[in-house]
Design a protein around this ligand. Structure first.
Ligand code: ARG
Length: 465
């Protein structure tokens, strides 16, 4: 054995009679992507070394040397000066080799009572925890942007759709609040999966624990983990917390995708409900008139990519026997890309929503078409004593006549309306207006401007929690 861990094979070369093939070296290496965990690897190592020294497993001098060496390496990584080597396979062996190069034997004592199996599981959890927090903040920013837009449009009316057919008028503020609800549940899911992510695997060692008198509670406290993983075999092998995160991330993207679909539709000149600021759009290389909503389209597409990562991780875990298997090295790229995709998407959406221009006239004109207040007319007749099914039928007749004549229900005279039901009186027009329709839906979760204003206040209070 050489005195320093200068090449990967030298960490276990005594067991082998020939060097690893170059192809296999490249195939098994993960350093090109797991170097992203470098600073968390150092954080974990510092906590481990501190515990080893407190327990008398390494000396105070060793600890001081390790702290000095790891601090230097942290600086090198932060400044982009650290030289990552494929020969050293992964982030852990790279840092350990550099540490031993810097401080000698103390560096070789750092790995006492530890394996890369519990080390990598700890690193991913530390990294993911901080990313979950970042995504939580980005979700809050997006919810804030949506709330600002909803506030400005608490009383703006547009048609609400079912089956993409005009259904009933709704306020645009109310429509946007639907997405605030979705993203607020996404925030809850992030907070929830953080709980199961925030547990310490370190101490599980390779799989069976270690014979050294370690203090796992101390390491957990140093690293800010809520608790320690209770079974060593499970601690090094399962990645359910990462799968859970990807499932929550896939739901975020699903919500973004639904919203994207609406943005694309609303911005289509055929609909023209909104305009998205130029800085979020692109033109066409051939058609000079085009302004395309590329960002929402791309976000809609990237949803498939995140869903794919979720499937990749589920499939990766399926059928793995206890305990650690190298399969698990494949958890990182899908997880990293999920975080990057979701974080970028949320950031850009928070900004893009703040730059949306609403065109209330176009929304209103659309709501005036398609008999959006037909239900209100039926409800009016019910209030005058007609059973709902009969009211429904009477209005259906009226709609048919209007459709044939190319007019709206509100264009009929009282006398004409009375032909469908003698219960109609002059007050009917109060119910056939768009404003009357939305204002009447004045209950929790309803579309009335008053409710929207209250719901915005409640959502803002939740955002501050
Ligand atoms: N690079 C490895 C991973 O990401 C670290 C653990 C390696 N452990 C092992 N027994 N080969 O999973």
């Amino acid at each position: 054995m050489t005195s320093q861990l200068s090449k990967k094979g030298e960490a276990w070369s005594a067991r082998f009679s020939e060097p690893m093939s170059e192809l296999v070296k490249r195939y098994t290496a993960s350093v090109f992507f797991d170097k992203r965990l470098g600073l968390f690897d150092i954080e974990g190592s510092l906590a481990h070394a501190d515990m080893l020294a407190t327990q008398g497993i390494i000396s105070a001098q060793d600890l001081a040397d390790i702290q000095r060496g790891l601090t230097q390496i942290r600086g090198e990584i932060e400044r982009g000066e650290f030289e990552w080597s494929l020969d050293l396979e992964d982030v852990h062996l790279n840092i350990e080799a550099r540490l031993t190069h810097l401080i000698g034997d103390a560096g070789k004592r750092l790995h006492t009572g530890r394996s890369r199996n519990d080390q990598v599981a700890t690193d991913i959890r530390l990294w993911l925890r901080s990313e979950i927090d970042r995504i939580g903040e980005l979700l809050a920013q997006l919810r804030g942007s949506l709330l600002d837009l909803a506030e400005r449009n608490a009383a703006t009316i547009l048609p609400g759709f079912t089956h993409l057919q005009v259904a009933q008028p709704v306020t645009f503020g109310h429509h946007l609040l639907a997405y605030v609800e979705m993203f607020s549940r996404d925030s809850e899911r992030m907070a929830d999966c953080r709980k199961r992510t925030n547990r310490l695997p370190l101490g599980a060692a390779a799989l069976a624990g270690t014979s050294y008198p370690i203090d796992r509670e101390r390491v957990a406290k140093t690293l800010g983990f809520d608790e320690v993983c209770r079974n060593s075999l499970d601690a090094v092998s399962d990645r359910d917390f990462a799968i859970e995160f990807c499932a929550a991330a896939a739901l975020i993207m699903t919500h973004v995708s639904r919203f994207s679909e609406e943005l694309v539709l609303w911005m289509s000149p055929r609909v023209g409900f909104i305009d998205i600021a130029d800085r979020f759009c692109t033109g066409s290389s051939i058609m000079p008139q085009k302004k395309n909503p590329d960002v929402p389209e791309l976000a809609r597409g990237k949803t498939g990519r995140v869903n794919g990562h979720l499937m990749a991780l589920l499939t990766l875990m399926k059928g793995q026997p206890l305990a650690y298997n190298k399969d698990n090295q494949e958890d990182k790229e899908p997880l990293f890309d999920t975080v990057d995709t979701v974080a970028d998407t949320l950031r850009i959406f928070a900004e893009m929503v703040a730059g949306i221009t609403v065109k209330p006239e176009a929304m209103r004109n659309a709501a005036l078409q398609g008999f959006s207040t037909a239900t209100d007319l039926a409800d009016y007749l019910v209030k005058k004593g007609l059973p709902f099914r009969d009211a429904h039928e009477a209005v259906a007749h009226a709609v048919r006549v209007c459709a044939d004549r190319g007019i709206d229900l509100a264009d009929l005279t009282v006398a004409e309306l009375q032909a469908f039901s003698p219960l109609v009186a002059t007050d009917v027009f109060d119910y056939l207006t768009l404003e009357g329709s939305v204002a009447s839906r004045n209950h929790i979760g309803g579309t009335a401007p008053d409710q929207v204003t209250q719901a915005i206040a409640a959502a803002r209070a939740k955002l501050k929690q």
